[in-house]
Design a protein around this ligand. Structure first.
Ligand code: ATP
Length: 221
């Protein structure tokens, strides 16, 4: 297995109250698999992605990605591991506002010390149809263009896995479809593993499997 979540327990403290999100969450994913996660608002989908990314810690249990156990890593090791192994695509794009499209895409490659970041970034921006927008900063790009920059950025360091949180959530239907077409084309080319959180059945249907998260359990649909 490429990714395993073993008996994860996660609670949040809200004032005096403890909210339990998962008590015993188990999940596994093979390399190159694409899965969608659906579920009601508040079910814990974003929490799931944050745990897999190592940004937040579980109360107990373990996550193993590519044979590396998160429990065995110090915080700085986990940060390095995340930077080189995981790509992110968010609903709100999360581009750096003062960097142009090319510089935004080059960022993860620079962090990971990948060679020829500029050539690779240009290649990916061409692949998402943005070769004419290399020098535009985010405020000069449309929503669909920003999301395509975010897709190029998520792929530049050849991550083992991409975590996408409502990647087409802020786009009109037609643009959302075009952006998803591009994402899936690139992911299949590179055999990249994908976990995609979405409220859209159409987007989920592009994945090989769909899980429903409810009451702290992931059920295959
Ligand atoms: N840092 C936090 N502190 C306290 N409670 C939190 C925190 N983050 C999330 N929660 C709570 O945990 C629950 C799960 O949140 P999460 O964002 O994972 O849900 P979600 O399934 O992604 O929801 P949505 O579809 O609305 O984005 C929610 O009830 C939320 O209020």
């Amino acid at each position: 297995m490429m990714l395993e979540l073993k008996s994860l327990k996660k609670t949040y403290q809200q004032g005096d109250e403890k909210i339990e999100i998962y008590n015993d969450l188990n999940f596994s994913l093979k390399e190159g698999e694409q899965v969608a996660i659906m579920g009601k608002s508040g079910a814990g989908k974003s929490t799931f992605l944050s745990l897999v990314s190592g940004i937040i810690k579980a109360d107990s249990g373990d996550i193993v990605l590519n044979n590396i156990s998160y429990n065995d890593l110090q915080e700085n090791e986990l940060n390095d591991f995340r930077a080189s192994n995981i790509g992110f695509i968010f609903q709100n794009f999360h581009l750096v506002s003062y960097l142009n499209a090319l510089e935004n895409v080059m960022l993860p490659a620079k962090v990971c010390g990948i060679s020829n970041p500029k050539e690779k970034a240009i290649e990916l921006l061409k692949a998402v149809g943005l070769e004419h927008r290399l020098n535009h900063i985010p405020s000069q790009l449309s929503g669909g263009e920003k999301q395509r920059v975010a897709i190029a950025r998520a792929l530049i360091h050849n991550p083992k896995i991409i975590l996408a949180d409502e990647p087409s959530g802020n786009l009109d239907e037609e643009t959302g479809i075009a952006v998803m077409d591009k994402l899936f084309e690139l992911i299949k080319q590179n055999n990249t593993t994908l976990i995609l959180v979405t409220h859209s059945k159409d987007v989920a249907a592009r994945c090989e499997k769909t899980y429903q998260l409810a009451h702290g359990v992931l059920n295959l649909c």
